[in-house]
Design a binder for this molecule. Structure first.
Ligand code: ADP
Length: 448
């Protein structure tokens, strides 16, 4: 009879346990799918806490224990936070949360052997006085003995389930252990679900960010397209005006009788217009090729001082109106670069210095070694450049802004080309200037 009663009691207990488990499973099934979390930003941990609370409440009810705590390890920071507590008064819960907050698993369980035991799925009988951060909890709870289980998935610990029985010397029965392990499994499912939703939300956030970047890039591309369209119309304008003047002179020459001097003057004008067009087309094609990456640098060891001497020598031979001085740093190392392109850079800067300075105004070309970098400066005493134009002059699209272009036909692409070549060498270019006093054009090249 006694046997019958205890079997009945056991059966009742098992039925209750199964009821408890099925209630939690139902709750887990009712959790929104991970994608549903995305719209309700921030609601995922609220959801986690709600279900976690049911898990600890049901655990406490069924085991008849005094306290249960479900601690979750934050996915990113690895720091604990109590997701749910049962058996604590409001004040005790607040103190318990404050005590746990900010700790990692290795802070709470300083003995690594304990962590190994937990990882082996064991139920750890743990005296919290052995854990410095947890010592202060002792007065809050019944006694110092807790039964700890690691909540795990894919061999990593996601959290801890802590259970305190009414008596310190109580040892869980096989049925208790069955329920405790089932609760641990459900907690793992819950936390994994939470992680998945967070990851999904993060992924969607990143996608949205990427989308935003793409949209911005698109807008920039459209602007660039517009700019390119403008650029072509500007070049068209230049072509038309040069051709109109060539055509005008040719017609005039055909229609009327002119003296030799007048004809020579017309011819000189036609030549200058034609040269301007040629210069523009050459520059445009070259810049385009440099920018497209089709042209590769022919790198070799270049003696930059020797190169500066050579360009200056050429200029001196064709240009007698400006004294050109050299100030070279003998310590300059060899540079690994494209000799011809670097000659082009220096010629461009020198020809601008000549073009934009009055006759006899001196020009200085200098080099110096600065922390393994070769620094070259072309200095003139010419008309100077307004501060607002110092960056613009290096851009091919400055031509669009127009006013200088149409007044003085300054449509060269020399400086954009200079910058492109120096950047291809891993270097850097810039200009300094004082209006009416002169300019300094700098470039810096790494040894390469
Ligand atoms: P270009 O000289 O053929 O117009 P660049 O690209 O070489 O083309 O120069 C762009 C503009 O920068 C010039 O039109 C001029 O206004 C200005 N600039 C360049 N170098 C100097 C300089 N040394 N002094 C004053 N202005 C300069």
């Amino acid at each position: 009879m006694l046997r019958e009663t205890s079997r009945l009691h056991l059966l009742e207990q098992r039925t209750r346990m199964l009821d408890t488990l099925s209630t939690i499973v139902e709750m887990l099934l009712q959790l929104p799918a991970p994608e549903a979390y995305v719209d309700a930003a921030g609601s995922s941990s609220a959801m986690l806490q709600q279900v976690a609370q049911h898990i600890v409440d049901l655990t406490q009810q069924h085991l008849g224990c005094s306290h249960v705590s479900l601690l979750v390890i934050d996915h990113n920071t690895k720091i604990f936070y109590p997701a749910a507590l049962a058996g604590f008064s409001v004040g005790q819960a607040r103190r318990f949360r404050a005590t746990i907050a900010g700790f990692r698993l290795s802070d709470l369980l300083i003995d690594p052997e304990m962590i190994v035991q937990l990882e082996d799925q064991e139920v750890l009988r743990f005296n919290i006085t052995q854990s410095p951060p947890l010592q202060s909890i002792v007065p809050l709870v019944q006694h110092a003995i807790w039964h700890l289980m690691a909540i795990q998935a894919h061999h990593s610990i996601l959290g801890l389930l802590g259970i305190q029985f009414l008596e310190a010397d109580y040892h869980p029965t096989p049925d208790d252990l069955l329920l405790m392990k089932a609760m641990r499994k459900l907690s793992a499912l819950l936390i994994e679900h939470e992680h998945q939703s967070m990851e999904r939300a993060n992924l969607i956030f990143e996608l949205q960010l990427m989308n935003e970047h793409l949209r911005e890039a698109n807008v920039q591309l459209e602007t660039a397209n517009d700019t390119q369209g403008n650029f072509i119309s500007l070049i068209g304008y230049e072509f038309r005006s040069a051709l109109t003047s060539i055509q005008g002179f040719s017609e005039l020459l055909g229609e009327e009788e002119f003296g030799r001097r007048e004809v020579r003057n017309f011819a000189a004008d036609i030549l200058s217009d034609a040269m301007r067009l040629k210069h523009l087309i050459d520059d445009m094609l070259e810049l385009k090729q440099l920018q497209s990456g089709h042209i590769k640098l022919q790198r070799e060891y270049v003696d930059l001082n020797g190169l500066l001497r050579e360009v200056v020598k050429r200029f001196r031979s064709i240009e007698s109106q400006h004294p050109i001085y050299l100030q070279l740093d003998k310590a300059l190392p060899l540079i690994k670069g494209d000799r011809e392109k670097l000659m082009h850079v220096v010629s461009n800067l020198l020809s601008n210095a000549v073009k934009y300075s009055p006759a006899l105004a001196p020009i200085v070309v200098s080099s110096k070694l600065e922390q393994n970098l070769a620094h070259v400066i072309v200095r003139d005493n010419g008309i100077g450049i307004a501060a607002g134009d110092l960056e613009r002059i290096f851009s091919a699209y400055r031509l669009l802004e127009g006013k200088m272009v149409h007044e003085h036909h300054e449509v060269g692409l020399g400086l954009p080309m200079v910058r492109q070549i120096i950047e291809m060498h891993g270097g850097h270019t810039w200009a300094e200037s004082t209006l009416g006093k002169g300019s300094r054009f700098h470039f810096i090249l790494p040894q390469g």
